[in-house]
Design a binder for this molecule. Structure first.
Ligand SMILES: [Zn+2]
Ligand SMILES: [Zn+2]
Length: 488
């Protein structure tokens, strides 16, 4: 009798589960590449999107990839956003415009950074389309419409719901969200989803690394560890690569600045407006105080960087204790002597006439758009000038071409010969290098049954995959493919 009841109850629960599929992940972006982060989790009839980033790269391909979603935006229940960088958040306004009405969960600092970064990205997108349309008109082609406008970016900010680090929130049926610090950019988070899968009756913990920061960053805390993890979605930007050490970087940077002072020339630094610029200012201030080089006029020519610096001041509690102390103390590392924060277009144009020595820090970091393009046009052909790259540049971007030693580049429609000296300092990178990724992985506790590598060029992801597979023989480590779906 008992056996019959048990069999009956099993049969009933099997029937009940019939329409409830197992948890499924689909890698809809940043698979086989570093940009366009977007992973869809389907569980208990809910659809949760991790990140909604813009794909960056060749203009035509980027337009194509960003114009459509491989799912119906109206059927997404909520978005969980790891951090404010455009390759993670940049396509949110478009998602909302196409019918997504749910919550966007993020940390408070991520939300504040998005409030300046998303309208800025929308403005760049609209300008790109007008530029293209001018060319299309000449060729008698129909005009294109921007996929979203600044007003859509402003509207989508109303859908944000914020959650501090290490707090918990139920975000869908059987799904609990926790953010922990990723140490990559102000407000950046690793995403923990605790999932009760009604189809299998199993509980599992999924960890999405977001972008993983470096230990011993001047401004940010180290990435936090996580326990009891079953599934990992992990970034792999610098698999197989090693960054310079912080002390070597400081020496290298001082040498470059002294060189520019001697030549009375310009040091042009394409820099991400958020985080990298503040980190650079913090380091320049420290080195200047240590008398590593003499006073030098320093211009931050990016309205976004100037606004982002203000947001850093609002969230000092999320910075490393030493950094927040410095911000509260007498001298201000974001306002040192000789530092000029350039706001208006006229001020920016007047930089064309300044005599060296001078440092110009301007966005964007990959030199794809923004005021940096004008500074590169003005400075790239002078062999006395130095162009310094302090961050990652995605393949085929102008920054990548300059870093890779291209002798001729096209900037805003004109051809230029590259005669300025090119320098790189990768230790400013917000991303952990190969060894740092491995030690992050070591600090992730639990069985780690399956590990999916995302956010990396194929060669980088493969290198990390090899190393992790050797280290973690009890789990399955694999490089995620674009639009691959996995049932768990
Ligand atoms: Zn990032
Ligand atoms: Zn990223």
């Amino acid at each position: 009798m008992f056996r019959q009841d048990a069999a009956l109850s099993l049969a009933i629960s099997a029937c009940l589960r019939w329409d409830v599929a197992n948890m499924k992940i689909t890698f809809c972006g940043a698979a086989g590449t570093t940009t366009g982060s977007k992973h869809l989790i389907e569980v208990n009839n809910s659809r949760i999107l991790l990140d909604c980033g813009l794909y960056q790269g060749r203009r035509a391909e980027a337009m194509e990839r960003n114009r459509d979603f491989p799912f119906d935006p109206a059927k997404i229940d909520c978005v969980v956003l790891s951090h404010a960088h455009i390759d993670h958040a940049g396509n949110l306004p478009h998602l909302c415009k196409r019918g997504f009405t749910g919550n966007i969960f993020s940390t408070p600092a991520t939300r504040d950074l998005c409030s300046i970064m998303l309208p800025d990205a929308a403005h760049i997108h609209e300008s790109d389309i007008s530029w293209l349309n001018r060319h299309r008109k000449r060729d008698d082609l129909p005009e294109l419409e921007p996929s979203y406008r600044q007003v859509d970016a402003e509207k989508c900010l109303r859908q944000f719901v914020t959650l501090g680090y290490e707090r918990h929130m139920h975000i869908a049926d059987g799904v609990r969200l926790t953010f922990i610090d990723a140490g990559h950019v102000l407000g950046s988070a690793q995403v923990i989803l605790d999932i009760d899968d009604q189809a299998t009756g199993k509980h599992s913990r999924l960890l999405f690394s977001g972008d993983i920061g470096r230990p011993d960053n001047d401004l940010l805390n180290n990435p936090a560890p996580c326990e009891k993890v079953d599934y990992v979605i992990m970034e792999s930007t610098y698999g197989g690569r090693k960054h310079e050490l912080a002390a070597q970087t400081a020496d290298h940077l001082c040498k470059i600045i002294r060189e520019v002072q001697q030549r009375r020339s310009h040091l042009i630094i394409p820099s991400f407006a958020v985080e990298r610029t503040q980190q650079l200012l913090f380091t320049l201030d420290r080195l200047r105080h240590e008398n590593c080089f003499g006073p030098i006029a320093t211009y931050v020519d990016s309205p976004l960087a100037v606004k982002a610096t203000e947001i850093f001041r609002l969230h000092v509690d999320e910075l490393k204790p030493e950094a927040s102390k410095a911000l509260f103390m007498r001298h201000d590392p974001f306002g040192f002597e000789g530092l000029h924060l350039v706001r208006t277009v006229d001020e920016s144009k007047s930089l064309n006439r300044i005599k060296g020595p001078a440092i110009i820090i301007s966005a964007s970091g990959m030199a794809e758009s923004g005021r940096i393009l004008h500074h590169l046009r003005n400075n790239v052909e002078n062999p006395n000038n130095i162009l310094l790259f302090v961050g990652y540049c995605a393949e085929n971007t102008l920054g990548w071409k300059l870093r890779s030693g291209h002798k001729h580049v096209n900037i805003l429609g004109d051809e230029f010969e590259v005669r300025a000296e090119i320098e790189t300092l990768d230790s400013f990178s917000g991303h952990a290098d190969h060894d740092e990724l491995l030690s992050w992985f070591d600090r992730v506790g639990g069985v780690k049954k399956r590990v999916f590598l995302v956010h990396g060029e194929p060669e980088r992801s493969e290198k990390l995959c090899e190393a992790l597979s050797a280290k973690h023989p009890t789990g399955q480590v694999e490089v995620a493919r674009l639009m691959q779906s996995v049932e768990l």
